[in-house]
Ligand binder design. Structure first.
Ligand code: ACO
Length: 322
């Protein structure tokens, strides 16, 4: 049995922050941000009531409703995030409590922007092993709390949000998936943990906020993501043109356009929401999937390929029948 997605949901914070609004905060411009990234605006958390957990729960509820599945039917909840509200309990356990999904095992996965794909692939492996049958997978981030809002090279790139899918063990669905990591390249995208209060430890000044070497991340993404897609297609015995839609991690429209060029495919096959969401890390692929699903762009039997890259370094992809 493989993972078949039977419902999608998402939640974006109500507050929309435009590029012009950011140019009042740091020395930047709408022209610079749009031409370098394709981003026009992003949704950001703007109250204490809105956080990683609240967005995860709302996205999860909406995916369950779309799938017609009751919370108690879930036997697994995975949450992909690098921005949990708590170190422990996990966001997944807190979601389980809020949804009253009393029969589900729950844990978080940290693979940065590839996190949703790692979670989906983990669910598929559990289904193949016959361990679980019905899972809720959520990608959620509140990156706004990890960003240095005086650093123009990062603060313009990211947004907050959550996306979710319900997956069921089925004869059809997942065709092939892969994931990979290269820890030796990890220092190009880093967010250290907060101050160490241990009085016996030698204290070093920690980097509290997200640091990114943008050009190195760009080079990594435009090399690794097409390689990852090609090897997944090869594994499935398919050609790039056999895929109806490519739903890629929404970090930067130039990266998406470069991948489309490398695969010699029209951009119409690459739906994108980076212009209004920015980069929502682990949430970006499920938010996009929900958008495309709600617009009724996907027909039963369509072949879709999800792929992304992120800190770690990590990368992953999944090829599915809709
Ligand atoms: N507004 C105006 N100028 C800026 C801004 C800004 N927001 N940010 C940087 N600049 C300036 C720099 O200071 C630099 O000025 P200088 O030439 O005087 O030194 C100039 O613009 C060029 O900076 P670069 O970093 O070379 O700009 P580049 O064209 O590489 O674009 C960008 C930067 C958009 C970050 C690009 O490198 C990129 O998209 N990288 C990939 C980022 C990414 O995908 N991150 C996510 C990865 S994984 C995950 O999702 C967590």
């Amino acid at each position: 049995m493989r993972a078949k997605i039977i419902g999608t949901g998402s939640r974006l914070p109500d507050k929309v922050v435009t590029n012009d609004a950011l140019s009042a905060l740091v020395d930047t411009s709408d022209e610079w941000i749009q031409s370098r990234t394709g981003i026009c605006e992003r949704h950001l958390v703007s109250s204490e009531q809105e956080n990683t957990l609240s967005m995860a729960v709302q996205a999860g509820q909406s995916a369950l409703k779309d799938a017609g599945i009751a919370p108690e039917q879930l036997d697994l909840i995975l949450v992909a995030t690098v921005s949990s509200d708590f170190l422990t309990p996990s966001t997944a356990c807190m979601v389980q409590k809020e949804l009253e999904a009393c029969n589900a095992a729950a844990f978080d996965i940290n693979a940065a922007c590839s996190g949703f794909l790692f979670a989906l692939n983990t669910v598929d492996a559990y289904f193949q092993a016959g361990i679980y049958q019905t899972a809720l997978i959520i990608g959620v981030e509140t990156l706004s709390k990890l960003i240095d809002w005086s650093d123009r090279s990062t603060c313009v790139l990211f947004g907050d949000g959550a996306g979710a899918v319900v997956a069921k063990a089925s004869e059809e669905g997942m065709i092939a998936c892969l994931q990979g990591s290269d820890g030796s390249g990890g220092d190009i995208l880093v967010c250290k943990s907060r101050t160490n209060n241990n009085p016996y430890a030698h204290t070093v000044k920690d980097l509290d906020y997200l640091f990114m070497n943008g050009q190195e991340v760009f080079k990594f993404a435009v090399k690794k993501e097409p390689e990852c897609i090609q090897s997944l297609l090869q594994q499935a015995g398919m050609k790039p043109s056999d895929v109806d839609y490519y739903l890629l991690h929404q970090a930067n429209y130039r990266i998406i356009a470069s991948i489309a060029r490398k695969l010699k495919l029209p951009l119409e096959k690459f739906p994108s929401n980076v212009s209004h969401c920015g980069n929502t890390s682990a949430a970006s692929i499920p938010i996009l999937l929900d958008e495309v699903n709600k617009k009724e762009m996907l027909k039963k039997g369509d072949t879709i390929l999800l792929s992304g890259f992120g800190a770690g370094l990590t990368w992953g992809a999944a090829l599915l029948k809709w």
